[in-house]
Design a protein around this ligand. Structure first.
Ligand code: PEP
Ligand code: MN
Length: 322
């Protein structure tokens, strides 16, 4: 890639920069949060936003263990059209309500150009999932939105294709792109995907964009999250995005790979040791907003959430019966 004229320009690594990490250009997410600087940044939370109480409990635990951003999908890209598709707009309201309570910035997925405007009103970081990495109209729209974008590598995408996807966002006016290695599809079936550790140093060398790793979707198993996360930090990742659930056994999506709160605390402790050994640090960054309770939003969101949950169940039963 680097021997011929670069296929990508804006995402390219500036020449003559020496150490790859020190030449990463951090992406500013909020006035008090950057990704790609000295500190390792951890985003964590449930795979799907399922309701207010579980989301708030997850956020509070993640924050107390040293996590900085809250993750949670409102719009879920599911392989089966009959699987839980996320709470949609309702999920966005719940994320906003929990941010009000905790001050935690939010990362959530946007799947479609038609959702960009609305998700941008709520999200601090807009996630492009693996399945949409080459949805070029979506990438262009996110370029025009100007919000930070977490761009996940497609399961079958080459590193050069990931970089060209980043280029679509940047060429449309938005330089705030964070890359995410989340495992690729290989012949191996024991793990959900194969975490491409090599991608981390390669990306750090090829681009100035921050690189984070998702060990949850890579392994697809809770017991693999810790070793994959440690490997990622040791290999130079700028952060992690991890799935955590108050009770993974009842999760409405990705139950096998979500960590319990206790497992997440252990993970954070172990990561801090590797971070220190790598001359970095794992420091929770200060919340952007002073916690201000907004009981009316929270209560409304919670009530709508249980309605939404029961209508999903009804729909599921109808599909099962069909
Ligand atoms: C997710 O993070 O919720 C997700 C669906 O991940 P991926 O796009 O990497 O499969
Ligand atoms: Mn998931």
């Amino acid at each position: 890639m680097s021997q011929s004229a670069p296929e990508y320009a804006l995402a390219a690594h500036p020449a003559n920069m020496g150490d790859a990490r020190s030449s990463t250009r951090p992406v500013r997410v909020t006035p008090t949060l950057i990704i790609g600087g000295h500190d390792i940044v951890v985003a964590a939370g449930p795979c799907s936003v399922e309701g207010y109480d579980m989301l708030l409990a997850s956020a509070r635990h993640v924050q107390s263990a040293g996590g900085t951003l809250l993750r949670g999908g409102a719009f879920k890209p599911r392989t089966s059209p009959y699987a839980f598709q996320g709470l949609g707009e309702e999920g966005l309201l719940l994320l906003a309500a929990v941010r009000e309570q905790t001050g935690m910035p939010i990362v959530t997925e946007v799947m479609d150009t038609r959702q960009v405007g609305r998700v941008a009103q709520i999200a601090d970081v807009m996630q492009v999932g693996a399945r949409n990495m080459q949805n070029f109209p979506l990438l262009a729209e996110l370029g025009r939105s100007g919000k930070p974008v977490l761009l996940k590598r497609g399961a079958s995408a080459r590193i050069s294709e990931l970089l060209l996807a980043a280029e679509y966002i940047m060429a449309n006016g938005n330089e705030r792109v964070i890359l995410c290695e989340r495992g690729i599809r290989t012949f191996e079936t024991i793990t959900r995907n194969t975490l491409d550790i090599s991608a981390i140093p390669v990306l750090k060398a090829e681009t100035h964009l921050p690189v984070i790793v998702d060990p949850s979707h890579a392994g697809g198993r809770a017991d693999l999250v810790l070793p994959l996360a440690l490997a990622a930090i040791a290999a130079g990742a700028d952060g992690l995005i991890v799935e955590v659930h108050p009770d993974p056994s009842v999760a409405r999506s990705d139950a096998d790979q979500q960590l319990t709160f206790a497992q997440f605390s252990d993970l954070m402790h172990s990561i801090s040791l590797i971070a220190t050994a790598s001359n970095r640090s794992l420091r929770p960054q200060m919340p952007q907003l002073p916690p201000s309770v907004a009981p009316s939003i929270a209560a409304a969101a919670s009530a709508e959430s249980s309605v939404a949950a029961s209508s999903h169940d009804t729909r599921r039963r109808a599909v099962a019966a069909a």
